[in-house]
Design a binder for this molecule. Structure first.
Ligand code: SF4
Length: 96
């Protein structure tokens, strides 16, 4: 007969990590076609957003996942990221 601990014991480290990733990480995306390069996101949450001169806002490299406009951040950066999204005057940042 199986119980919950059997399932946990049979979960490989990579499966566990993937399950925790789902719980811990938030996806963030910048619509760079909409970005007006105001810099508010980078000043509100510089750990996640960067605005280099002459470029659209992008995700800090270590949090990128599939491009400079797409990333994933962990729980400690959730509030900061959401605040930055809320500060964007053209609603170019989405989170989920
Ligand atoms: S706050 Fe919005 S418009 Fe301003 S730089 Fe960031 S993404 Fe671009």
């Amino acid at each position: 007969m199986r119980n919950g601990s059997d399932v946990l014991l049979r979960t490989s480290p990579s499966d566990y990590k993937n399950k925790m990733k789902v719980v811990m990480e938030m996806k963030v995306r910048i619509d760079q076609d909409v970005c007006i390069e105001c810099g508010l996101c980078a000043s509100t949450c510089p750990d996640v957003f960067v605005l280099n001169a002459g470029e659209k806002a992008s995700i800090v490299e270590c949090y990128q996942n599939g491009g400079s406009d797409i990333g994933e951040v962990g729980e400690p950066l959730r509030t900061c990221t959401e605040d930055a999204a809320g500060s964007c005057p053209v609603e170019a940042i989405s989170t989920r």
